[in-house]
Design a protein around this ligand. Structure first.
Ligand SMILES: NC(=O)c1ccc[n+]([C@@H]2O[C@H](COP(=O)([O-])OP(=O)(O)OC[C@H]3O[C@@H](n4cnc5c(N)ncnc54)[C@H](OP(=O)(O)O)[C@@H]3O)[C@@H](O)[C@H]2O)c1
Length: 168
């Protein structure tokens, strides 16, 4: 199964604030929905609580150590990343780990593709992603979006693809 990561971070690597995204960027969210459509999405419990509902058209898996956690209909629970990937594999050949920070770091060694949005701002928040080193990956800029009336910040979307062994 293909494992990918997808996340958006500010220039100072902020991804969240008080349980929510630190921005409202509708076109960036549309990119997230388009990219993950039809795949399984794997998320930490706090990320799930940010939207607290089922993301339609994809297998939703929440990772938590709490076996009693109540989830929306159709949302699956996993006790760790490995169990989440086993559940994803039942219905899908592609899984996206969508955050938060520790799950992204744990899944990076398994990922072949990372969709990273860089939001062009220095932001305050309480959740940060590690500055992953993509210098040995193929990195492609796939979209540039300026700030506008609906988007307080501009952003750039990158697709990082892991180089195969022996590949230049
Ligand atoms: N900008 C972005 O792209 C993006 C993406 C995702 C989230 N966010 C933001 O980031 C914040 C949430 O992220 P976060 O890093 O604080 O939390 P998170 O990763 O969403 O959730 C952390 C929780 O997930 C569970 N968990 C994580 N790894 C686990 C593992 N290996 N095994 C078992 N359980 C595991 C634990 O739940 P239990 O405590 O229940 O055991 C842990 O407390 C929110 O503000 C959200 O809006 C931003």
């Amino acid at each position: 199964m293909r494992v990918s990561l997808i996340y958006a971070r500010s220039e100072n690597y902020c991804i969240g604030d008080r349980g929510e995204l630190p921005w409202s960027l509708p076109d960036e969210y549309a990119h997230f929905l388009r990219t993950t459509a039809g795949a399984a999405v794997i998320m930490g419990r706090k990320t799930y609580e940010d939207h607290n509902s089922y993301l339609s058209g994809r297998v939703n898996i929440v990772v938590t150590r709490n076996p009693l956690m109540t989830l929306a209909t159709h949302v699956l629970r996993a006790s760790g990343l490995n169990e989440a990937l086993r559940l994803a594999e039942r219905d899908s050949d592609s899984a996206f780990v969508i955050g938060g920070s520790s799950l992204l770091a744990e899944a990076l060694p398994l990922a072949t593709t990372v969709f990273e949005t860089v939001v062009h701002a220095q932001l305050r928040g309480d959740t940060f992603v590690e500055p992953f080193d993509f210098s040995n990956w193929h990195s492609q800029q796939v979209a540039v979006h300026p700030a506008d009336m609906a988007h307080a910040y501009g952003y750039t979307v990158y697709r990082h693809t892991r180089r195969l062994a022996g590949e230049a």
